[in-house]
Design a protein around this ligand. Structure first.
Ligand code: UT7
Length: 334
């Protein structure tokens, strides 16, 4: 009998501390008005100094496992998507999360696809499940983005926030619960659009790294913006067309939360109504790989996401990477 991947549960962790636009006005030459007008962001959450990416990932993972109705011993693969791992570059944050949530002796690894990391992880979970190798995959998107942000650089520090989201993806034989389609891609020729230059083999950690602030994220904002609108729109148009699905049939359009203007442009190009588009950018900012699972968790916790409803995910990030997915919500725990 054919086995399919299904989206079984969601969880998230949002740090308590809020960094508002008025806080940022005191730190750099910016205004609340500029930030809201150009990005839609009003505030973002920042993790305390002693909280790591794995701490947030573990908290989100516990919620997702609890809501899945599974025992943690049922999880047979853990994937963590992050560009702000606990350590550059070992052990993986997934290994640390596995220890923190008390799951041992299962395969665990990180993937690096920046903001596209969560949807990339969904493609991997699907492949493992549908090949019969795994049954219940825990995927985590977790970022302590504040650890790579230069809070004297107004072009980036207003954008990013911290947080984590997690999901359990399970095997099912029920085709109506299966992922409808998923697609991920990349173009490395735009690698310099969004980059954290150090530490790495190109620029190992040294005094030059600190002097030139190479350990902080750098972005060609305007160029990235234009490419994001173009790529995200084409990606969702293609996935809907390939599956013969009209935008009006999508219950929840859940785009990566980088900038309200990007989300609005893509939503308008598809003719999406406001109630179809999930928006969290105003309160979380851009949380990179955590952005989409945090947004799914938001509609779940507010009672908007119900069994069987179709989600359209769409994401874009450093690499450059992008990905989209058509997935019904398929909770089995009642
Ligand atoms: O998650 C991965 C993907 N990331 C994205 O998709 C992000 C894409 N990019 C963006 O969201 C936008 O490009 C930004 C929000 C980063 C910037 O908005 P923009 O409309 O593209 O502005 P800009 O970079 O073209 O800058 C316009 C002006 C500049 O001043 P001049 O040269 O016109 O005098 C900037 O120096 O705005 C200035 N500026 C600011 N002013 C006040 C840049 N940052 C700020 C700021 N406050 N924080």
């Amino acid at each position: 009998m054919a086995v399919y991947a299904s989206f079984r549960s969601i969880g998230a962790y949002v740090p308590e501390k809020i960094l508002s636009n008025s806080d940022l006005e005191k730190m750099v030459d910016t205004t609340d008005e500029w930030i809201v007008k150009r990005t839609g962001i009003k505030e973002r959450h920042i993790a305390d100094e002693h909280i790591s990416t794995s701490d947030m990932g573990a908290m989100a993972a516990r919620v997702a496992i609890e809501r899945s109705g599974l025992d943690k011993s049922d999880i047979d693969l853990i994937i963590c998507a992050t560009v702000t791992p606990d350590y550059f570059n070992m052990p993986s944050t997934a290994c640390i999360i596995s220890d923190k949530i008390g799951i041992s002796n299962v395969q665990a690894f990180d993937i690096s696809a920046a903001c596209s990391g969560f949807v990339y992880s969904l493609t991997i979970a699907k492949a493992f499940i549908e090949s019969g190798m795994k049954k219940n995959v825990l995927i985590v998107g977790a970022e302590k983005f504040s650890s790579i942000v230069d809070y004297t650089d107004r072009s980036t520090c207003i954008l990013f926030g911290d947080g984590a989201g997690a999901a359990v993806i399970s095997a099912t034989t029920n085709k109506s619960e299966a992922f409808v389609d998923i697609h991920a891609s990349a173009d490395g020729s735009y690698a310099d659009f969004l980059v954290t230059p150090a530490p790495g083999s190109v620029h190992p950690a040294n005094q030059k790294m600190l002097d030139e602030k190479l350990n902080f994220v750098q972005m060609k904002g305007n160029e990235t913006f234009k490419l994001a609108v173009k790529t995200l729109t084409k990606d969702v148009v293609d996935i809907l067309k390939n599956n013969n699905i009209k935008p009006s049939e999508i219950k929840h359009f859940i785009p990566h939360q980088a900038n309200y203007r990007i989300i609005k442009a893509v939503g308008d190009a598809l003719g999406m109504k406001d109630e179809q588009v999930v928006l969290t950018v105003q309160k979380y900012g851009n949380t990179s790989a955590a952005s989409i699972p945090m947004a799914i968790n938001d509609i779940y916790e507010s009672g908007r996401l119900k069994e069987g409803e179709l989600m359209l995910l769409d994401t874009f990030g450093g690499g450059l990477t992008w990905a989209s997915a058509l997935i019904p919500f398929a909770p089995k725990a009642k």
